[in-house]
Design a protein around this ligand. Structure first.
Ligand SMILES: Cc1ncc(COP(=O)(O)O)c(C=O)c1O
Length: 378
């Protein structure tokens, strides 16, 4: 096949794949946000901090001080004082002994898993973990076993028959799609019994779990155990961009020296670090935000006829992808933005509405939302 023939084949192949997605109702489209008047029940800015003046000021003043970017990888010249400040503030908030910032939460998961496991490790991954942990496990060269979702007996069974000298359990504290919490106390016991690392992704727990938003791991007193590693994103409750790995200082040292997504990546942009730092200060000053987001989540859950969620994420199963899209459209007509997940983005193949609660929504806004939600979920 000449180059011309190859290009035709290549484009025909992509067109066939696109047509198949369209036929299944699974085409994804990028749509720039337009109508800022919509009440947002879809985003992950759980504490409503993205547009707060002090967070924007944190971003702009960091950019003014340090520039638009870090300019190099952290181990070259890209470590800035604001990275040290951010890592200190994160370790304080999550009650961990050290923190290391990454340029995204995705990188944090890739870095933590690959730097702490190898071909002598068995990774036991919950069936619902985020794509970044799945990719991390694939990259790690470890043997990977998938445990049924939130099934501690399955985790125990897999670890009980392991042949590898090392093990690592991968879970989320609060799951991003179903919004349910991991049984962390039991998992901690299992990790101890089986001499395993327990890696907990707090992407959806930080800012919404624990009495002051410290996340589920810290609120259960697990964050300082040497074998517990916590990862976070700065892009949800902390209203910025970036990620971090938290744990024992020896873990941080290992990551600085061996985590390729840290070493071969430009340091976190100053504006993102500044925004996240300001968000942490706002949360520390006003921890009542956490109770507000949880109360709004409980009210929205009642309207949808589901149990109150563990964090801010409500998951409503729908008959299929088209019904889910139709519900999103009805909400938009009423000035409300909700999200939906369709296969292949759902861990169980079921199309779901994804509705998120936020701390800053007023009682009037919540009342408007509950009226529409109870209609579309009836
Ligand atoms: C559970 C979970 N982990 C990790 C990530 C990745 O974080 P980031 O968007 O900062 O890359 C996300 C979301 O995006 C997430 O939901």
């Amino acid at each position: 096949m000449g180059q011309h023939g190859f290009v035709n084949w290549f484009l025909d192949d992509l067109a066939a794949k696109a047509a198949e997605r369209e036929r299944l109702g699974l085409t994804r489209r990028l749509v720039a946000r337009q109508n800022e008047d919509l009440l947002d029940l879809a985003g992950n800015d759980y504490l409503g901090l993205t547009n707060r003046p002090e967070v924007i000021f944190g971003a702009t003043s960091a950019a003014r001080t340090y520039g638009g970017g870090a300019g190099a990888s952290r181990l070259v010249t890209g470590t800035l004082p604001i990275h040290d400040q951010l890592e200190g503030a994160l370790a304080g908030l999550l009650q961990a002994d050290s923190a290391l910032a990454f340029s995204t939460g995705y990188h944090a998961n890739l870095g933590a898993v690959t730097a702490l496991s190898d071909a002598d490790t068995l990774i036991v991954s919950d069936a619902h973990v985020h794509a970044s942990l799945i990719d991390a496990a694939r990259l790690s060269r470890a043997q990977v076993a998938v445990a049924r979702h939130n099934d501690t007996a399955d985790v125990e069974r897999i670890l009980g028959s392991r042949t590898q000298p090392k093990a690592m359990i991968l879970v989320e504290s609060i799951y991003s799609v179903l919004g349910d919490a991991a049984p962390l106390v039991e998992l901690d016991e299992i990790a101890r019994r089986h001499s395993s690392i327990l890696l907990i992704d707090e992407a959806h727990g930080l800012g919404v779990a624990g009495d002051h938003g410290q996340g589920l791991t810290a609120s259960l007193g697990l964050s300082r155990a040497e074998y517990v590693i916590t990862t976070v994103t700065l892009s949800k409750s902390l209203a910025a961009q970036g990620g971090a790995v938290l744990g024992h200082p020896a873990v941080r040292e290992q990551l600085v020296n061996t985590a390729r997504p840290f070493i071969y990546d430009t340091g976190l942009a100053p504006a993102a670090a500044g925004a996240a730092l300001a968000a942490i200060s706002a949360l520390n000053r006003d921890p009542s935000m956490v109770a507000r987001v949880r109360a709004n989540a409980a009210t929205l859950a009642e309207a949808c006829g589901v149990e109150p969620p563990a964090g801010a994420v409500l998951s409503i199963p729908m008959p299929g992808p088209r019904e889910a899209l139709a519900a999103v459209a009805v909400c938009a007509e009423h000035g409300i933005r909700i999200g939906c997940f369709r296969p292949p983005s759902t861990p169980d193949g079921i199309s779901r509405l994804r509705i998120t609660a936020h701390a800053h929504h007023t009682p009037d806004e919540i009342a408007r939302a509950t009226k529409v939600l109870s209609e579309i979920t009836r």
